[in-house]
Design a binder for this molecule. Sequence first.
Ligand code: ADP
Ligand code: MG
Length: 322
Amino acid sequence: MLPFLFNKKSGILGINSRNLDYLFPNNPRRLYRYADSKLETKKIAQRLGVTIPETYGVIRFQNEVKQLADIVKKSSSFVVKPAQGSGGDGIVVIKNTTEDGYIKSSGKVLKPNDLHYHIHNILSGMFSLSGQKDKAILEYAVKFDPIFADVAYQGVPDIRLIVYQGVPVMAMLRLPTKASDGKANLHRGGVGVGIDLGTGKTLTGIQNNRYISQHPETGSPLKGLSIPHWQRLLEMSAALGNETEFGYLGVDFVLDEDKGPLLLEMNARPGLSIQIANQTGLIPRLELINDCLPKLSTTQAKIKFAQETFGLASREPVLSIT
Ligand SMILES: Nc1ncnc2c1ncn2[C@@H]1O[C@H](COP(=O)(O)OP(=O)(O)O)[C@@H](O)[C@H]1O
Ligand SMILES: [Mg+2]
């Protein structure tokens, strides 16, 4: 059990309050489809100048599945993902294409027919949020920034930020582990690591609700990594919050060795475990933003406010941890 006191004093936002006080009033329902479809999200990102992984192609119909090899021919590595997936479900990261077949990030080999079968399943809606028919996106496989070489196991770490009224509120780094099969989603066994919003430096990690100071497979320390492109990440997150009608938003980025930060997805119902990774609750930060919003007229002012107010240097004391 986590040593948090889940009461008002702890400032931990629970699921009911998240929905009633933040999501319902601030995220118009008609907009959910833009966040729930990664193809729509890519369009929004491109409009706002937010960088994304290049799309090699989209498979929409069962009879197009056999075109896979042709769609990905310019790159031996690529990612297959359901346009409307979530939680890492249905995502396959192919790190190389060889005569034996497609090599997953775990080293497992998929024969072309195995991958075709998987794409048929994506199209039938097996991984889709709505359970409806879906599309399969084929995109650039991110080569993660070397800063993560010692803390990522067979996959690409991502960075989740929560943005409220265009103000970055909290951030965490998520690291793939043996259990999470190349994906960084926490419920798959990925590691969440808090981030100091002021500096972009990592704090303590958490895996399966236990605090950890080293990566479970590589043994490398999790604390004190400086996330590259931190200001740019804050700017892109704030822009996504400010330039869309999502008042309360989760955004996921990856850091590519060559291309820098790339947006993976927007989440209109972001999870709450970011608070556990950061050992602090969202409520005091969200309430402070409500109070100060009238004074924060530009995106730059919002970013400066977030860094100064929520950064470790000025941070509220860590919550009751026994
Ligand atoms: N283009 C990509 N290259 C490499 N890894 C990726 C790519 N897209 C997704 N992943 C991995 O899969 C995880 C989940 O991806 P995401 O697009 O956020 O989908 P979901 O909505 O299912 O969480 C990421 O955290 C990352 O580890
Ligand atoms: Mg995600």
